[in-house]
Design a protein around this ligand. Structure first.
Ligand code: SAM
Length: 261
């Protein structure tokens, strides 16, 4: 989560839970990894009927919110209590935090999720832990078989290019319907569609995204496909290789001033 604004959202009802969480955030400041706030917390509150079983990767204001909305909530996060402005201390120190409903599973999700036994089906899962590729996908892998029909799947920071790829995939997958995007957070709802692929199987062609976009050609391959073979043979091999390399490199544009973390 990348910090957005540190003010309380002006449109919130002052008696609401989200208003109080925002107020804590405003007085306390963001924790080290940046927090969800305002519109986004309100969107979760609006879309989630509550009283269910939820999990999240990472922790922060979302943990405070879900500790109040869910019957039982699990946060998979690093125990950063020895670091300055720790996310865990931020949560534990909040008077609104409903600790009895929450289990913390400390450690990198790359290590803790594979061995975790999901005893209950999930009504909500939020992916907002480590953001480098392929960690969001890895977390998704351990989560998707456990989502109930109608469960919410929330993916944060979809403006990060590799997380955006996951977002694009989910938008087309039959297991999900897209609910809405708030700033850079995407909310999906699990459909009644069967859980595919089998987590231990194959099945890429059962996935809508792959069905729609297969086969993928890179730009230079597409162009090359339009040139008749007899023309190619008239061009000396070295010139053909140079043209291919040129077209390939033309595709590699710098991302520009993306906020690096
Ligand atoms: C962007 S913050 C989460 C913000 C939170 N959702 C909120 O609303 O305030 C990312 C969180 O992921 C945790 N984290 C980073 N790398 C992790 C990893 N490999 N495994 C588990 N948690 C990780 C950080 O300590 C931090 O709590």
């Amino acid at each position: 989560m990348i910090d957005r604004v540190s003010n309380v959202s002006p449109s919130l009802d002052e008696s609401s839970l989200v208003y109080s969480i925002d107020d804590y955030l405003r007085r306390r400041g963001h924790h080290r990894a940046g927090s969800m706030w305002g519109d986004l917390l309100r969107a979760i509150e609006q879309e989630y009927p509550g009283q269910g079983t939820s999990i999240e990767t990472g922790c922060g204001t979302s943990t405070i919110l879900l500790s109040n909305l869910s019957r039982s909530h699990t946060a998979f996060c690093i125990d950063d209590r020895n670091s300055e402005n720790s996310s865990v201390t931020f949560v534990l120190g909040c008077p609104l935090f409903n600790q009895p409903c929450v289990d913390f599973i400390y450690g990198p999700t790359q290590v803790t999720m594979p061995g975790f036994e999901f005893k209950q089906e999930l009504d909500l899962a939020l992916i907002d832990g480590p953001h480098a590729f392929p960690f969001a996908e890895l977390e998704y892998y351990y989560i998707y078989p456990h989502l109930k029909p109608n469960a919410l799947l929330i993916v944060d920071d979809v403006h990060i290019p590799t997380v955006f790829n996951l977002y694009r995939f989910l938008k087309e997958d039959k297991m999900f319907s897209f609910v809405r995007k708030v700033h850079t957070t995407a909310i999906f709802r699990r459909t009644e569609s069967p859980t595919l692929p089998d987590p231990l199987g194959e099945g890429w062609l059962q996935q809508e995204f792959n069905r729609r976009h297969f086969p993928v050609y890179e730009g230079y391959e597409k162009l090359s496909g339009h040139v008749p073979g007899w023309v190619k043979h008239l061009v000396p091999v070295r010139i053909r290789a140079a043209a291919t390399a040129l077209l390939r490199n033309a595709r590699k544009r710098p991302i520009g001033s993306f906020c690096g973390r």
